[in-house]
Design a binder for this molecule. Structure first.
Ligand code: MSP
Length: 647
């Protein structure tokens, strides 16, 4: 195992306020950094700001202030947000820092001296927004191929980096290093781009056109192209040419996170620059997708730009971090709406995790005064719970290697749900009533151990809340076990629990028009959200009406039924649910012959996630009661249309 981990984010332009896209990459890098630290790896996490170039110069001009002042003011927004979001970067680099500027100038001089940079006349199509030149054939309908905006034809003398000569080498590197560009489809995108002959890269801007940049050391009339300057932050940020010990310790980077829109700069410009300089390439460049709002690209003109601070104010830092990590499947685009945010919060955090903790804490305090008892002999239910936790540990570890964090988180949440099912099934409240103390102790201690392991797995995503949780269990949040050792962890018997207020108070949406007080206030037309204590799950497994409403029960009519070949117990049913026809696979063959079912009305769980049973898709689950050897289907006692809601 590589025992160091160096992760970077793109450095953000200081022309505007940080938004959810910036927050996403930085939180992702933070989570990866925290996980790797937890794995015991030596970790360095670099982020920062990209402060030169046309965009920043334009923004400063718009505000009527010098560019450096504009940078100094705007950078604070990023730094404040990162502080609020609990970002544990080891360095925040700014490209206007003297040390970085010196490194850029030295690299330029070296490349110039070695003939890697030359001067030539050039006519190209320039996009101000992207700060890039394009050739005639790059343009799409005469517009910028990246952003679709107008481009301007410019002829001028400039300096060029001999990027073209590295084309074959780069293609070969990408093909022989499948982990270099991830996800794999992005590597294909870059290889597609490299099918056309690669041009040399214009790395200068005449000062007459743009003055806000690092002056070329060999020509005072020019400044450095902002991308050439910015990309070098990944090496200057860890001591390149200033601290050899530090640089050799960290470079090459383990993982450079980027958004999909800056793929070419990072997978073509950057590796060829490194090759010319004589440095090794980063191990992985991972391009994530975009956050959309309401399935649209975020833009100021549409007024749909999501401000991370607003979300943090609504649900807290950790809930926001959790949402970002759980909702976006790495590599793909994700859609942000406040509704999805609140729904996920209420269901995963308030209902599933929050309730599990509060039940176990209350039951243990009642049973033992809070001391977590010893675990006795394990039965199948206990083993099933621990198996779900072990799966979560394994999935989380592998998903970190493959950058599929959302899958790791989903499997941890499965373990949480298994914990709630375990309590329902083992009914510790009944064990307590019946005086079955030994079994009661095993159930409580097993559930507490499961919660502890879940908290360790989620700690890098929700450091504060998981710290509170572990403290409530009686543990030391600053001395957590290494994730890979969790599977064999002996459990937490003997710890002393203490009661905690709800970790994730449910967010209740109150429509102003429904609230009597709000009715009088004509101004408050908007829906208002406020937090309320999570439903205190009463000990004997009582759920709220909201919990029940999450399950959609509907009547259905059986249209066809047949046995599943090679599976004695399974029947495949075609059912009508209102206007829809669905297929359900169910293990009822020992009790019902297919012919007996056709035409019958049954009740199904209609909003159950689709599953594959023996390779056959099943969309829903039918309801049946089983007692001993008897199984009876739940059927409406009158004729009622299929698709009718049951509740
Ligand atoms: N300054 C350059 C990067 C230089 S790195 C050497 C830059 N800055 S940026 O501020 O415009 O964008 C920074 C990152 O934010 C990019 O990775 C970009 O993909 C990402 N995002 C911008 N909008 C986004 C979303 N809506 N969703 C997710 N990430 C997006 O590019």
């Amino acid at each position: 195992m590589d025992n160091k981990f160096y992760v970077t984010t793109p450095i953000y332009y200081v022309n505007d306020k940080p938004h959810i896209g910036h927050a996403y990459t930085t939180v992702l890098a933070d989570v990866l950094a925290r996980y790797n630290r937890a794995l015991g790896k030596d970790t360095f996490f670099l982020t920062g700001t990209d402060e030169h170039g046309q965009k920043v110069q334009n923004a400063a001009e718009k505000h009527g202030i010098p560019p450096q002042q504009h940078c100094d003011e705007t950078v604070l927004r990023f730094q404040e947000l990162w502080q609020r979001l609990g970002i544990t970067c080891d360095r925040f680099i700014r490209t206007t820092q003297a040390e970085h500027k010196r490194v850029v100038a030295e690299v330029l001089q070296d490349l110039y001296d070695r003939g890697e940079i030359y001067k030539a006349d050039y006519t190209g199509w320039y996009c101000v927004g992207d700060e890039r030149f394009f050739t005639e054939k790059d343009l799409v309908d005469g517009k910028c191929p990246e952003c679709g905006r107008d481009v301007t034809a410019i002829t001028e003398s400039n300096y060029f980096f001999r990027m073209s000569k590295y084309q074959d080498w780069l293609i070969d590197h990408i093909k022989t290093h499948p982990e270099f560009i991830l996800p794999a489809f992005r590597a294909n995108e870059t290889l597609g781009f490299l099918k056309k002959p690669l041009a040399d890269l214009c790395i200068s801007r005449p000062k007459s056109r743009l003055s806000w940049g690092i002056e070329l050391p060999f020509d005072k009339d020019y400044v450095t192209y902002v991308w050439f300057d910015a990309l070098l932050n990944y090496v200057s940020g860890v001591g390149y040419r200033t601290d050899d010990g530090k640089f050799n310790r960290w470079w090459p980077a383990s993982c450079e996170l980027i958004g999909k829109d800056i793929l070419t700069t990072h997978t073509v410009y950057w590796p060829t620059m490194l090759k010319a300089i004589g440095l090794p390439l980063p191990k992985t460049i991972f391009a994530h997708g975009w956050w959309l709002t309401g399935n649209q690209k975020m833009s100021k003109s549409l007024g749909n730009v999501v401000n991370p601070m607003d979300m943090v104010d609504k649900a807290g830092v950790d809930a926001f971090r959790y949402f970002l990590m759980a909702e976006m499947s790495l590599g793909n685009d994700a859609n942000f709406t406040e509704e999805t945010f609140i729904n996920r919060y209420n269901s995963d955090l308030a209902n599933d995790l929050g309730n599990l903790l509060s039940r176990v804490v209350k039951l243990t305090i009642r049973a033992t005064g809070g001391t977590i008892p010893a675990i006795g002999a394990l039965n199948d239910d206990d083993k099933e719970l621990f198996a779900a936790v072990d799966t979560a540990v394994a999935t989380m570890s592998s998903s970190l290697e493959s950058y599929k964090l959302d899958q790791g988180i989903a499997s941890v949440l499965n373990a949480v749900r298994a914990g709630n099912r375990y309590l329902e099934k083992c009914a510790p409240w009944t064990l307590a009533k019946n005086g079955e103390t030994e079994r009661l102790h095993t159930v409580l201690a097993s559930a507490a151990t499961a919660i502890f392991k879940v908290a360790v797995l989620l700690a890098p995503v929700m450091p504060e809340k998981m710290g509170e949780l572990i403290t409530a269990l009686g543990g030391n949040a600053s001395a957590l076990p290494v994730i890979t050792e969790l599977a064999g962890h002996p459990g937490i018997s003997g710890w002393q629990m203490s009661d905690v207020p709800p970790l994730f108070p449910r967010i209740v949406e109150e429509k102003a028009e429904e609230a009597p007080a709000a009715k009088e206030n004509k101004k408050s037309a908007k829906a208002e959200k406020k937090t309320a204590p999570a439903p205190q799950a009463e000990i004997p497994g009582v759920i709220t009406i909201d919990d029940f409403k999450r399950t959609e029960l509907r009547t259905a009519k059986v249209l066809k039924a047949e046995k599943v070949e090679g599976a004695d117990k399974l029947l495949k049913l075609e059912i009508e649910v209102g206007s829809e026809t669905r297929q359900i696979v169910s293990g009822i063959a020992p009790w019902y012959a297919p012919a007996d079912l056709v035409g019958k009305n049954i009740v199904i769980v209609a909003n159950l996630q689709k599953a594959k049973i023996r390779g056959i898709e099943s969309c829903g689950m039918l309801l049946a009661a089983k007692c001993g050897d008897t199984l009876a289907l739940v059927m409406p006692d009158k004729d009622i249309p299929s698709g009718t809601l049951v509740g």
